[in-house]
Design a binder for this molecule. Structure first.
Ligand SMILES: O=C(O)CCC(=O)C(=O)O
Ligand SMILES: [Fe+2]
Length: 355
């Protein structure tokens, strides 16, 4: 892997770590992740006016498990004892299939405490749920975005060492907890890759996990995923003909008309086979930035399907949302973004080195 500018990432990591630790007795929110881009082709972030994939160069480095010689790298790392044989087995599986199921990753008491705290926040009115009824007799409420901002126990779960360490291992860089989504029932969300929603430059530095907050029944509309599809080309808005203006004017209408059929074609053309995450409480399924997945049909509308989804970005990347062409909240408010020419003083130095 060509990593001539490693130093920059190390600096960012150190800064981020010290900034994030508010010290004993203080409860400051984490500071924004700095715009330090550890890419083979440097970019001046302040000059990017529209945060969409087509406005970034095609640049590595790819995450280590996406590299063509990933299996050899794994073998070398286990021989050098940098990773354990068990971690190596997980990494091999991730490289091939684009997901991994950690059974019993979170103990059931921790799960219950987090869900009870979340329900208490609902009862207090701190969290308000939309009905999002899939049918007249649908008894369950809709999904809730970012419950960790309201519920300390969910914030703790987002930072759970098992989840953060797993994500860091497969990304090959420290994982930054980004987003949580709580669901009470099957989402029946059409198949997609999370990368159209949450994206990085260089591409691929996103990992997600799905935590079963109760036993998940096959009739509840479990998460459906397609092993191996992480290796298909990334499909961004531009690739399926959604312009930034289309999204501004039509929002998810443009996505439903252009993106969702394109993904169905991909699944059909490649003969991708679905698997369903029927799980026990505390089981966790992790997936790759480009693994195709969605919510399967709810055979029994009365059944709940309690879950938390977490998304983690990797440090040292630009994190943005391709579909809406916006920067990610992990970088702080839009007003604080660097201006053209000022975002990355290191760019000039890098270009000199490159010459
Ligand atoms: O929970 C589901 O059914 C799908 C969730 C999902 O795709 C996501 O949060 O990225
Ligand atoms: Fe998703």
């Amino acid at each position: 892997m060509a990593r001539p500018f490693r130093r920059v990432a190390d600096l960012a990591r150190a800064l981020t770590r010290s900034n994030r630790d508010p010290g004993p007795g203080r409860n400051a929110p984490p500071p924004p992740a700095p715009f330090v881009v550890d890419a083979d082709i440097p970019v001046d972030i302040g000059c990017i006016k529209v945060f969409r994939a087509e406005n970034f160069p095609e640049s590595g480095p790819s995450p280590w498990l996406d590299q063509p010689d990933a299996q050899e790298i794994i073998a070398r790392r286990v021989a050098r004892r940098e990773i354990t044989p068990r971690q190596a087995e997980i990494c091999r599986s991730w490289e091939q299939h684009g997901y991994y199921v950690l059974r019993g990753a979170i103990d059931p008491d921790t799960i219950d405490e987090a869900w009870e705290a979340y329900e208490a926040a609902i009862a207090r009115g701190d969290v308000t749920l939309a009905p999002e009824k899939a049918a007249e007799d649908d008894p369950h409420p809709g999904r809730y975005l970012n419950p960790h901002l309201k519920v300390e126990a969910i914030e703790q779960l987002l930072k759970h060492p098992v989840l953060v360490n797993f994500s860091s291992m497969v990304l090959g860089r420290p994982a930054i907890p980004f987003q949580t989504i709580a669901s009470h029932k099957g989402s029946q969300q059409a198949e997609h890759s999370d990368s159209i929603h949450m994206t990085t430059y260089p591409v691929g530095y996103l990992a997600a996990c799905w935590i079963a907050m109760e036993d998940i029944h096959a009739d509840s509309g479990p998460l459906v995923y397609y092993p191996g599809t992480h290796r298909l080309p990334y499909l961004f808005s531009h690739d399926v003909g959604i312009s930034p203006e289309d999204f501004k004017q039509r929002g998810y209408g443009a996505y439903v008309d252009h993106y969702e059929p394109a993904i169905q074609r991909e699944i059909r053309d490649h003969g991708a086979k679905p698997e369903y995450f029927t799980a026990r409480k505390g089981d966790v399924l992790f997936w790759h930035a480009n693994l195709l997945h969605g919510g399967s049909a709810r055979a029994d509308i009365k059944r709940s399907r309690k879950a938390l989804v977490h998304h983690y970005f990797a440090e040292g990347c630009v994190c943005y949302h391709d579909l809406s062409a916006t920067t990610s909240a992990v970088h702080g408010p839009v007003e604080s973004l660097p201006t053209c020419g000022a975002s990355n003083p290191d760019v000039a130095v890098r270009e000199q080195i490159a010459l």
